[in-house]
Design a protein around this ligand. Structure first.
Ligand code: SAH
Ligand code: SF4
Length: 357
């Protein structure tokens, strides 16, 4: 018997073709999206507006299967971190960050990452696998239906480089946006990338979401060192791709530049000065991210006073600049700095790294 397909990761367009092959009309796609992603129903037999024949057909060729929650950690301030087990046995992480008026979900797009940024715990692990669209949207499904309050914002800032798993990321982002599923506006979905230039160019044509760039250094010399993908796509190409991206959209849009604050590495006023020159004349916001330490890393977070002066300088130069409040430290779960110390026996592989809490 051939493997049943998992419809959890199908966007409206994909479901439309799927139903059309079954000889069913287009509105079935909307109905199914709503059952799965609005009502949380994943058993075809409970989908009351599908007749018996259709349910039988669906059961024979497909399933709807979210990934499994393997462990859950809750910090004092309410941040929740989940370890999620994929079919392959690999473990990934997702984080829910509750705030006054929103609940942000940080999703993973890959297990591990190949890009080896020197400050990143995921990078230190190496690459394990791409997630399928059902494994990505499955995180959203679990976050919504395991917690009573709906997710209002999604950031692709978990494990992995989203633009190196392009198709699955776009398919899942389409489901996040669709009116018959989560209905999130473009402003509420942010894809963060270390700068995969050809894919930034493609992104503007495929979907309208918010974009964040992990810049972290104002010149190629330093960026080559701490974000090694820069050797392939240097800063000049990256900034050009960002400008092209912005010019593609008529609506007012900006790109967030993420800049991690590492003590003595990229945090001097001279770095701030270079950054201001680099980002001048374009609609960029700057988000300064205090470095989160993890074991095995020699870096330290910049001093509070250094981060404040850096921010002040950029604001004086006219940039909208924020300094991220670190959340989730209590569960070793700062979003984007996901996995800690490895010791996993699942399938005998060394895949999951976490501290016992
Ligand atoms: N690969 C993508 C998305 C995942 S990383 C990217 O690099 O953009 C998401 C964010 O977390 C990035 O801005 C990344 O630089 C940041 N990050 C990684 N390690 C971190 C650490 N140790 N402390 C703070 N932020 C970190
Ligand atoms: Fe990969 Fe992003 Fe970590 Fe760099 S910062 S290693 S691109 S996950």
């Amino acid at each position: 018997m051939s493997k049943k397909i998992n419809l959890l990761g199908y966007s409206f367009e994909s479901l439309k073709s799927f139903f059309s092959e079954l000889g069913e009309p287009e509105y079935r796609a909307k109905q199914l999206l709503s059952w799965i992603h609005q009502k949380g129903v994943i058993d075809f037999d409970n989908m009351t507006d599908f007749n018996k024949d259709l349910r039988k057909k669906l059961n024979s060729v497909s399933i709807i299967k979210p990934p499994e929650i393997y462990k859950e950690y809750i910090s004092d301030e309410g941040t929740k971190k989940y370890l999620i087990k994929l079919d392959s046995g690999s473990i990934i992480e997702m984080v829910i960050i509750p705030e006054k008026n929103r609940r942000t979900l940080c999703v993973s797009s890959q297990a591990g990452c190949a890009l080896q940024c020197t400050f990143c715990a995921t990078g230190a692990q190496g690459f394990d696998q791409d997630l399928s669209s059902d494994e990505i949207i499955g995180q959203m499904w679990l976050a919504n239906f395991n917690n009573n309050k709906p997710i209002t914002n999604v950031v692709f800032m978990g494990m992995g480089e989203p633009l190196l798993n392009y198709d699955a990321v776009i398919e899942s982002a389409k489901i996040m946006k669709h009116q018959n599923s989560y209905g999130l506006s473009r402003k509420r979905i942010t894809i963060s990338t270390s700068g995969i230039v050809p894919k930034i160019n493609k992104l503007s044509r495929d979907i309208d979401v918010s974009l964040a760039i992990s810049l972290h250094a104002p010149d190629d010399k330093l960026r080559d060192e701490i974000v090694p993908i820069n050797k392939k796509y240097p800063i000049k190409q990256l900034i050009k791709a960002c400008k092209d991206y912005l010019s593609h959209f008529e609506s007012k849009k900006n790109i967030t530049m993420e800049y991690i604050m590492i003590d003595g590495v990229n945090d001097s006023i001279n770095h701030a000065r270079k950054l201001a020159v680099l980002l001048s004349n374009v609609s960029f916001k700057i988000n300064l991210i205090p470095f989160n330490s993890f074991s095995g890393s020699d870096y330290r977070r910049s001093k509070e006073s250094t981060m404040k002066s850096f921010k002040k300088y950029l604001i004086e130069k006219g940039f909208i600049t924020t300094l991220r409040v670190t959340r989730g430290d209590g569960v070793d779960a700062a979003c984007g700095q996901l996995v800690g110390e490895l010791s996993n026996t699942i399938k005998g592989k060394n895949l999951i790294k976490h501290r016992s809490i």
